[in-house]
Write a new protein. Structure first.
Length: 356
């Protein structure tokens, strides 16, 4: 491990030289790859250098033990140094865990109303607002790809693209069934109703070419867009629907300004869904005795309950309950997301321990 860390340290120095060179941005694709690699290995190298410095400090303190006047001070330095070394080693182990190759990618967020009729559609709107607010806090860009609004507000279905570094890593554990318990505005008796929505988080593929889509396997239909969207709506057949016959996946896009942009966006969503389907099929074929609850991403699995009368949100996968529903639904999701990430990390470390 030390050898690997030393190699990474040398590589970081090399990347710093490349990024500070005059022609660093002459090839933007290469520049993006270099900056991505730099961002990935910097925290690892920083911890490794802290480890080396702490080791050197301990050796220096050990040399002081021979001096009677410095002995007590040296002993304290050695003890605190060992504690620090242990903490750094633990952090390094986490940083060196296998990375999800999709972690840095942009995502497609899909929310669909389930059981509960109008109330479910309103809840879908609340969930979209929550994720949008969270994205704003991260300074990510949110772009609606397709939306089917319900008559009293909210969405029967909404698909949005979220662009930002690490979007998938932050939101990948959101896939699954979300349940809400509250008194609907239309409820005159004050009874609590239970409704549900499904959320899917799909990592964007680099290029549509990453996924082979045979033109003979798809049908592209155009139609007039409906709903709010400006003066251009309903003037031309700008909305696009793509049907992929082998998988049965259907994608619609109508929020773009032109048929061309809608088709391009729909093809991106189609590629992401096909990729996600392939990954799901691969994972289901892997017979794993120890499967992480966090990483299953099963859309039919109920993962979280939002109980408004009690002001609580419960994530059933990690038995976490937080009494801050107002803050979380306004986008303050860090505590929830960090808890899920920590549990996933602990699961990986445990699996790593079993393998060793």
């Amino acid at each position: 491990m030390i050898k690997k860390l030393a190699t990474l340290s040398e590589r970081l120095d090399e990347l710093n030289r490349l990024l500070s060179s005059e022609d660093a941005t002459s090839d933007m694709d290469n520049y993006r790859k270099i900056t991505r690699e730099h961002a990935e290995i910097t925290p690892i190298v920083e911890q490794f250098r802290a480890y080396e410095k702490t080791e050197a400090d301990i050796k220096e303190a050990q040399a002081m033990l021979a001096d009677p006047e410095m002995k007590d001070f040296a002993q304290d330095e050695i003890e605190s140094g060992k504690d620090k070394l242990e903490a750094i080693a633990e952090e390094l182990q986490k940083l060196l865990l296998p990375k999800d190759p999709n972690d840095e990618r942009n995502i497609f967020l899909e929310i669909r109303a389930g059981t509960g009729g109008d109330e479910s559609a309103l809840f879908a709107g609340d969930l979209f607002r929550m994720y949008s607010r969270f994205a704003e806090r991260q300074r990510w860009k949110v772009e609606i790809v397709s939306a089917s609004e319900s008559e009293i507000g909210g969405y029967k279905e909404i698909i949005a693209k979220i662009e930002g570094f690490g979007a998938y890593s932050k939101l990948k554990f959101e896939s699954g069934g979300h349940r809400v318990q509250r008194v609907p505005e239309t409820e005159t008796q004050g009874r609590i109703h239970t409704s549900a929505c499904t959320v899917a988080i799909l990592p964007e593929v680099d290029e549509v070419s990453d996924i082979t889509i045979n033109p003979a396997d798809i049908r592209i239909d155009t139609f007039r867009a409906s709903g709010a969207g400006g003066q251009h709506i309903n003037k031309t057949d700008s909305a696009v629907r793509i049907t992929h016959f082998p998988t049965g996946i259907v994608v619609e896009c109508q929020d773009g300004r032109s048929q061309h942009s809608n088709k391009a966006q729909a093809m991106q969503v189609l590629a992401a869904r096909i990729k996600a389907k392939q990954v799901d099929e691969q994972q289901s074929k892997i017979a794993s005795e120890r499967r992480s609850l966090i990483g299953s991403g099963d859309r039919s699995e109920r993962i979280r309950t939002y109980n408004y009368p009690q002001g609580r949100i419960t994530d059933h996968r990690i038995n976490l309950t937080l009494y801050k529903i107002d803050a979380i639904t306004e986008g303050d999701m860090d505590e929830l997301i960090n808890a899920l990430a920590s549990e996933h990390q602990a699961d990986l470390l445990a699996t790593l321990g079993e393998d060793n």
